[in-house]
Design a protein around this ligand. Structure first.
Ligand code: SGN
Ligand code: CA
Length: 541
């Protein structure tokens, strides 16, 4: 079918289905403009839905990101397939689960850029494609007319970029600069051709370093402790064995910036003390001889002015136990939320740019993160687990015209992004793509045969944070996961009765039939997606 007729027929179909629409905010199906649509895909790194006020108002206000929800759709059941950066990016680029795209974990993988990807398909369909910011797939980007990526994880201050193969340092704060680079590319593109821009911020990845203008923005805020902050992990062995606890693993120096010049604050993880130098201090000097490094003098002065008094107070307070734990949480939240302020400001800049350049009415804006993140739930930072906080990821989509589309509550996953964008571009979705286009959902339809369960598989172990390998299935009400490799543990949660996932029901009397059903569904998904993990799960009772 002709590409744009496809869109319009979808649009028409959605209009006809208004009575069963899942959108709560809009009263009629949106009309998409004629002609090719541009796409601006904004992806943060580790941005939790808890810290987007369109999702959760407890912590901070994100007016620009919220505008996307007000002028588009908010997905309330949006998930990833593997909660880790590189794997998640590979799922997005290919529309396939990790075992199919081959990039299962950050530590040993190199993304095979010769395979079919979304940017390649877009480009073949007449699109201009650009990738700016965090890439994190080891091999050089393929399928882009222009790529300008951060090296590895990237730095917050004065980061090194690789622009179409050439290394360069750009002075300034990462989130601002990444947006600037995107604007430069947009300004120089061919205005006659549609474009898809992948704008990937490093923020708010560890170690949560705010822009100088945002230092102290949350000093007056006392963040509420999550309900599961004091989780004792009873009945959940894998949950206990991790190394991503705020109390035990979050580093005072590296994560919380308590790097005193006298070197009096000691932490057990000396490697982190050295690596603290990545952004702040020169790495080639021993810890006792810290001198300013990555930052320029003005940036360093602003940091010292802000953190030095906090470091002094901290040394005087001599905190321990529960008090230290809570202090760490408050500092973590203050830094993290300060980093989000800059992200939100830059989303506002993107809006402004599109508006100023007459692009807002033919551009789709997508906002998401490479995964969710723990904001102290279960006592954690980081992600990786199939537990809700890291399995879920924010997803907001604004269609041209900015009609409020309300909430979409059907299950979507990051393997769906590629087919959705292809369909928005009016292009065919290849058969081997495993995700489903959620464009019909955006247009107000609620297909009866939409997926009722999700498949998840995490592989990176042994590795940092020690989250055991696991796979699982999630249905509307239940979540079943199997942790394997050097452990063999199942966890089953009734999300209706136990949304915080504290009570592992696996093996509890009365759950036999339910467990059988969920295992059958897990097996069905593993077969559908052709995951060889099938052999490990079906051998279990
Ligand atoms: C780094 C971080 C980890 C984080 C991984 C993966 N450690 O290794 O805390 O889990 O990235 O994150 S750090 O000491 O280098 O900051 S991911 O989002 O890129 O997958
Ligand atoms: Ca990430």
């Amino acid at each position: 079918m002709d590409t744009y007729r496809l869109l319009f027929s979808l649009s028409g179909a959605a209009a006809g289905m208004a009575a069963v629409s899942c959108s709560s905010g809009g009263d009629k199906a949106p009309a998409l403009p004629e002609g090719p649509l541009n796409v601006v895909y904004i992806m943060c790194d580790d941005h939790s839905y808890q810290t987007i006020s369109a999702y959760d108002r407890r912590f901070l206000s994100t007016p620009n990101i919220d505008r996307l929800a007000a002028e588009g759709a908010r997905f309330t059941n949006s998930f990833v397939a593997n909660s880790l950066s590189g794997p998640s990016r590979a799922c997005m680029l290919t529309g396939k689960h990790s075992h199919k795209n081959g990039f299962t974990n950050n530590e040993h993988g190199i993304f095979d850029g010769s395979q079919q990807t979304l940017p390649k398909l877009l480009r073949a369909g007449g699109y201009q494609t650009a990738m700016v910011g965090k890439w994190h797939l080891v091999s050089e980007p393929t399928g882009f007319d222009y790529w300008d990526i951060l090296v590895g994880q990237g730095d917050y201050y004065n980061p090194v970029f690789i622009r179409n193969g050439e290394r360069l340092v750009r002075e300034g704060y990462s989130t601002d600069i990444t947006t600037d680079v995107a604007f430069d590319w947009l300004s120089g593109r061919d205005p006659e051709k549609p474009f898809c821009l992948f704008l990937h911020f490093k923020a708010p990845h560890r170690s949560w370093m705010p822009d100088t203008q945002d230092l102290g923005a949350f000093d007056q805020v006392e963040f509420p402790l999550p309900e599961t902050f004091y989780d004792d992990y009873a009945t959940r062995e894998a949950a206990r064995l991790q190394e991503m606890s705020i109390l035990a693993d979050m580093n005072l120096v590296y994560d919380l910036k308590m790097a005193d010049r006298e070197n009096e604050i000691h932490t057990p993880e000396s490697p982190h003390l050295e690596r603290y130098g990545r952004d702040l201090y020169r790495q080639d000097l021993p810890p006792g001889e810290l001198v300013p490094g990555r930052m320029n003098a003005a940036q360093q002065a602003a940091w010292d002015a802000y953190y030095d008094p906090i470091i002094d107070d901290f040394k005087q307070a001599g905190l321990s136990g529960k008090a230290l734990y809570q202090w760490k949480y408050q500092r973590y939240m203050r830094d993290y939320c300060s980093v989000i302020r800059s992200v939100d400001r830059n989303v506002g800049r993107v809006y402004q740019y599109l508006e100023d350049n007459g692009l807002l009415d033919n551009t789709v804006i997508i906002y998401t993160s490479d995964q969710g993140f723990f904001m102290g739930e279960h006592g954690y930072f980081d992600k990786r687990f199939m537990y809700e906080e890291s399995f879920r990821t924010p997803l907001l989509v604004r269609l041209p015209g900015g009609q409020k589309l309300g909430d979409v509550d059907l299950f979507v996953q990051n393997i769906d992004y590629a087919p959705t964008i292809l369909q928005l571009a009016g292009l065919e979705v290849p058969e081997d793509i495993q995700g489903e286009s959620f464009l019909p959902l955006l247009l107000g339809s609620r297909p009866a045969d939409w997926r009722k369960s999700l498949y998840y598989h995490y592989y990176e172990y042994p590795a940092e944070h020690s989250v055991r390998r696991h796979y699982g299935v999630r249905t509307e009400r239940y979540s079943l996961m199997h942790f394997y490799h050097d452990i063999d543990e199942w966890e089953l949660f009734d999300l209706e009765k136990d949304p915080m996932q504290l009570h592992n029901l696996y093996g509890a009397p009365g759950t036999e039939e339910l467990t059988r059903e969920l295992k059958a569904e897990l097996l069905r998904l593993q077969q559908q997606y052709d995951d060889p993990a099938v052999s490990t799960s079906c051998s279990r009772p």
